[in-house]
Design a binder for this molecule. Structure first.
Ligand code: ZN
Ligand code: MN
Length: 268
């Protein structure tokens, strides 16, 4: 049991933690989605949870239970819905789930919430859930929410080290070097390095068609090769991501909370 996990705290402990004006509740959001033959279906949920835990350790945060289902996998970023195991929510369901959870956290006194997204297709539905929760509780509630995609904290410098031959872009990184390396770092027992398909990056048309076209996507479900993935790259990226997110939270939420608490104007 992890002491930072909200589900492991009693209500009494949770209430005490929320009384700290610097308290931050992190909500990891993932998906149940194919990630090639070498990674588990829960990869996006596992990685967003691991990243949120690493960040929570740095900032004394509380990690709420993970959103383990996400919005529908798209061919160009997740392979599409036709793979067995890819089990997804309608957009409206995801919006309403996050809206409910954020509103509930706020009702109990959480003032700072961070949504840690690990599934590309989720982002606008999570955004809408946050917008509606803030509308529900009203501006006077002082609720502040940060939404982020953890990979955006990988700077060009790190990407150059991880991809000496050139970075193919985050969308094609599905089940590729970034996710496989991070999984090899955080969850080595769940990675089958021997099963990584060696495929060139997929080239997609400049449009989408519906119903989705399974034939656009390689049968393996991998959009670019994960052959160059290593646990060491995962460790390096996870450190960088964790420090970057922790610094952003301290900058946006914790520093100003201290300043307001002391009656001192927040720094601009
Ligand atoms: Zn993924
Ligand atoms: Mn995904």
């Amino acid at each position: 049991m992890h002491p930072l996990m909200m589900g492991s705290l009693s209500w009494v402990e949770y209430q005490q933690r929320l009384q700290d004006e610097n308290a931050v509740v992190l909500i990891p959001c993932g998906a149940l989605e194919q990630h090639g033959p070498h990674l588990p279906l829960g990869t996006d949920a596992l990685l967003s949870t691991s990243v949120a835990q690493s960040v929570a350790e740095q900032i004394n945060g509380i990690v709420a239970p993970t959103f383990s289902y996400g919005y529908k996998s798209q061919p160009k970023s997740g392979g599409g819905q036709h793979f067995p195991g890819t089990t997804s929510l309608d957009g409206n369901s995801l919006i309403q789930l996050l809206r409910d959870v954020v509103r509930e956290l706020a009702r109990q006194g959480a003032k700072q919430v961070v949504v840690v997204n690990g599934h590309y297709e989720n982002q606008w539905f999570l955004t809408e859930g946050i917008e509606l929760a803030i509308r529900d509780v009203g501006a006077a509630s002082n609720l502040r929410v940060m939404r982020l995609e953890y990979w955006d904290f990988l700077t060009e410098d790190i990407l150059n080290q991880v991809f000496p031959d050139g970075f193919p872009g985050f969308a094609l990184e599905h089940a590729a070097v970034i996710e496989t390396s991070l999984m090899a770092h955080y969850h080595p027992k769940l990675v089958r390095l021997d099963l990584i398909p060696d495929v060139p990056p997929v080239e997609f048309p400049s449009y989408d068609v519906f119903p989705l076209r399974p034939e656009w996507v390689p049968a393996s479900g991998v959009l670019s090769s994960a052959k160059a993935a290593t646990a060491e790259k995962g460790r390096m990226m996870s450190n960088h991501i964790t420090q970057g997110i922790a610094a952003a939270i301290q900058q946006e939420f914790q520093r100003s909370a201290i300043a307001f608490g002391n009656g001192v104007a927040a720094p601009h």
